[in-house]
Design a binder for this molecule. Structure first.
Ligand SMILES: [Fe+2]
Ligand SMILES: [Fe+2]
Length: 260
């Protein structure tokens, strides 16, 4: 597993525009960024807990690579979220609420369910990443610092998409489909609850346009054109197919030229 380099100028210091791209585009990505530091820390802790129980040396190395990549993502998204405060949003408070809910969920489940949840979340994240890498419209017109961060993160998500799945399968092969399916459903409910709650709060902080108009723009961005969520809806459900493996869902765009 390689660590893809992030362009050197990707820091979020300096002048902060309210939106780093089109309003709806900026809010949708910001809503994801608010949950990433806590969600990634949750998956890192699960992977670290599992690491010593994994017997296969290649999978052990993949777990170490996964932890390294997710730790970099969490660090960069924490910086991104701090910059959101400077852009006029209540990002620190919102990020803390996201972390609280994720922490509550984590405190109630054991390693098997943590790994199953991670496997499902990684499938969904990899689909988001593939959309980012293959549809230039999603980051069209974005501030290059933000576009670079999202594309870097997307490449690494595609690269390590199967690690949590493989660890769950290696440690808990019996009844794996049922535990994965249940955790997938629960994880998506939590993920979308956080996402829409973040969107709602961020649109409340919007200015010079009504919240309703902004929400309609966001709905169009997600379900109309470019249709960020529309294009990943069916591949998301492929997770439940018998014989599913994250590496076999679609060809990896990671090998394709990345949009400049
Ligand atoms: Fe990540
Ligand atoms: Fe990931």
């Amino acid at each position: 597993m390689v660590t893809n380099s992030l362009p050197r100028d990707t820091d979020f210091a300096g002048e902060q525009p309210r939106f780093w791209g089109a309003r709806a585009q900026s809010i949708v990505f910001d809503a994801f960024s608010l949950m990433f530091p806590a969600a990634e820390a949750f998956m890192i802790r699960a992977a670290q807990e599992a690491h010593d129980r994994v017997a296969d040396s290649a999978l052990k190395r993949a777990v170490a690579g996964f932890v390294h990549q997710e730790a970099s993502h969490a660090r960069l998204h924490a910086a991104y979220n701090r910059a959101m405060d400077a852009r006029g949003f209540s990002a620190t408070a919102l990020g803390a609420r996201n972390a609280q809910l994720i922490g509550l969920m984590e405190s109630r489940i054991g390693l098997r369910r943590k790994l199953a949840a991670s496997a499902g979340l990684e499938h969904f994240t990899a689909l988001i990443a593939e959309a980012i890498l293959t549809d230039p419209r999603l980051l069209d017109g974005a501030d290059p610092r933000y576009a670079a961060l999202w594309r870097w993160h997307a490449r690494e998500e595609v690269e390590h998409r199967a690690v949590a799945y493989d660890v769950h399968m290696a440690l808990y092969p019996k009844g794996a489909w049922v535990s994965r399916a249940r955790a997938f459903g629960a994880s998506l409910v939590i993920l979308f609850a956080l996402f829409w709650s973040n969107v709602w709060r961020l649109t409340g902080d919007s200015y010079e346009r009504s919240r309703l108009a902004t929400m309609l723009d966001i709905a169009w961005f997600l379900f109309g054109a470019p249709g960020f969520f529309r294009r990943i809806a069916l591949p998301t459900l492929a997770y439940l197919k018998p014989g599913f493996h994250p590496d076999n869902v679609q060809p990896h765009p990671i090998a394709a030229p990345v949009i400049a």
